[in-house]
Design a protein around this ligand. Structure first.
Ligand code: GLU
Ligand code: ZN
Length: 466
């Protein structure tokens, strides 16, 4: 048994979007599940659309999600380089060997000629494929066109009459006819390797055993298998993941909402919330509840990858977010929420306040009203709170204020005194206290919230209604 090696192979042409984040997550989980290796390969062959800023941004977003690679562009080992822009010599050697074996041939067709041929085929009601115009050129013709300065692309000579079969990890047995696949370009006229080629060759060179990737690549797979077979290289097992759609069933799109990890990160979502939602998109997990990446790796099962499109649902994300926020350790919660706190707050007071308010926080901004209520002086009363205060009456508050003068911000002591003085209990006892102390009729547990308030706050807030 060879060890499992998986990879994530993004093109650095933009931010890491949710679909790619799920692909990366599933690949790292598959590797970790089997005790294998996970590598990051940057597919930056499109030099016009690729940028260093996007490489750095995608790596930062992966790491923020908790995804770490065993080898990659910033972690080279003997099997790299892990950027395709640095692998030109490797591709050239493979082109040379395939040319020698006549598995490739130069194609001199111009873009215009190819377009016209495609149109003619469509007009005749046939699916368009390359018409093999250049497949039969003689050595003399090629030499004279080269001498004339024409720069050919290289095409793969697809063998006729074959059935190409493979078993997809998600979609099961697949079968394609080689006759339906036109001879395809593996090296562009500018000398650069085409996606099919570099992607397949690199997987083999890097020892990749399993490839989970988007469903949009399923029909590329037979071409890649042809290339690998011609080179005598082992093919990985491929699995094509169903697309991620929005909650409304339409494809995720920038126009209709956030699509990148960065956007969610900037809105204050926690990485655990995103990974837990993504973990269940197209993967039927038997394990419920908020999971760490280690727990996900343990629970990950490629037999549970589904074919149906999965829905990214912000409401579901919010459920995970709430769960993730409430599971944060005290230092992690503090790091997450510190930009929301009054700047002069000491560490102990901050910790007390965060512990008290966290149950009411989904996104960091949710802390703001409680910052105001706790640290902003006497809170104004919302209508429902006003009503509760009015109904309680001034005798109730005289007792409460007197107890607060003696006991400070100690809710049990204040409540006991009010109960002794008024005989109230339950909501009748607590609601007016909450209303006067916070200005609201609802909120996080009152005793810890009151303890987080500045000294003297209980007395000041209660005495105004005595
Ligand atoms: N660079 C390709 C993409 O981002 C990789 C496809 C694959 O994973 O094989 O779509
Ligand atoms: Zn041609």
């Amino acid at each position: 048994m060879t060890a499992t090696v998986t990879r994530f192979a993004p093109s650095p042409t933009g931010e890491l979007h949710l679909g790619n984040a799920r692909t990366a997550l599933f690949n790292v989980l598959l590797a970790r599940h089997c005790g294998g290796r996970f590598i990051l390969r940057v597919e930056d062959t499109d030099s016009e659309r690729s940028s260093e800023a996007h490489v750095a941004g995608q790596m930062a977003d992966l790491r923020w999600l908790g995804i770490e690679w065993d080898a990659g562009p910033d972690r080279e080992d003997g099997r790299g380089p892990y950027r395709q822009s640095g692998r030109g010599a490797i591709y050239d050697a493979h082109f040379a060997s395939l040319l020698q074996r006549q598995a490739l041939y130069p194609c001199y067709c111009t873009a215009l000629e190819l377009t016209l041929s495609r149109r003619a085929q469509l007009a005749a009601g046939r699916p368009p494929r390359y018409a093999e115009t250049c497949r039969g050129l003689s050595a003399e013709e090629r030499a004279s066109r080269d001498a004339a300065g024409e720069r050919p692309a290289l095409r793969f000579a697809v063998p006729p009459g074959q059935q190409l079969r493979f078993t997809d990890m998600v979609h099961g047995p697949q079968e394609f006819r080689s006759d339906d696949i036109g001879d395809f370009v593996v090296r562009r006229a500018d000398g650069s390797a085409a996606f099919f080629f570099s992607n397949a060759v690199d997987d083999a060179a890097m020892g990749v055993t399993h490839v989970l990737r988007g469903e949009d690549h399923l029909t590329n797979t037979p071409r890649q298998l042809l290339i690998l077979a011609a080179l005598g290289l082992a093919a990985p097992q491929y699995g094509h993941l169903a697309l991620i759609l929005g909650a409304d069933g339409a494809p995720l799109s920038k126009r209709r909402g956030a699509v990148s990890v960065r956007q969610y990160r900037e809105r204050g979502y926690l990485p655990q919330a995103l990974t837990n939602h993504l973990f269940r998109l197209g993967h039927a997990s038997q394990v419920h509840g908020l999971l760490s990446l280690d727990e996900m790796a343990h629970a990950f099962d490629r037999a549970h990858l589904g074919r149906a499109a999965a829905h990214f649902d912000e409401r579901q994300l919010e459920v995970w977010q709430r769960d993730a926020a409430h599971h944060l350790s005290a230092p992690a919660a503090r790091a997450w929420l510190v930009p929301q706190l009054p700047p002069d707050l000491d560490a102990q007071a901050a910790e007390r306040f965060i512990a008290a308010a966290l149950p009411n926080v989904v996104l960091p901004g949710d802390l703001q009203p409680w910052v105001q209520i706790v640290f902003g002086g006497l809170p104004a009363l919302e209508p429902e709170a006003q009503e509760a205060v009015r109904r309680a009456g001034s005798g109730y508050f005289s007792a409460a204020a007197a107890a607060a003068a003696v006991n400070g911000n100690d809710l049990p002591a204040i409540a006991a005194a009010v109960r002794a003085a008024t005989g109230r209990k339950g909501a009748e006892l607590y609601l007016p206290l909450r209303a006067a102390l916070t200005g609201r009729s609802h909120g996080p547990e009152l005793a810890p919230l009151l303890r987080a308030m500045p000294a003297g706050a209980a007395h000041d807030r209660l005495a105004r209604f005595a």
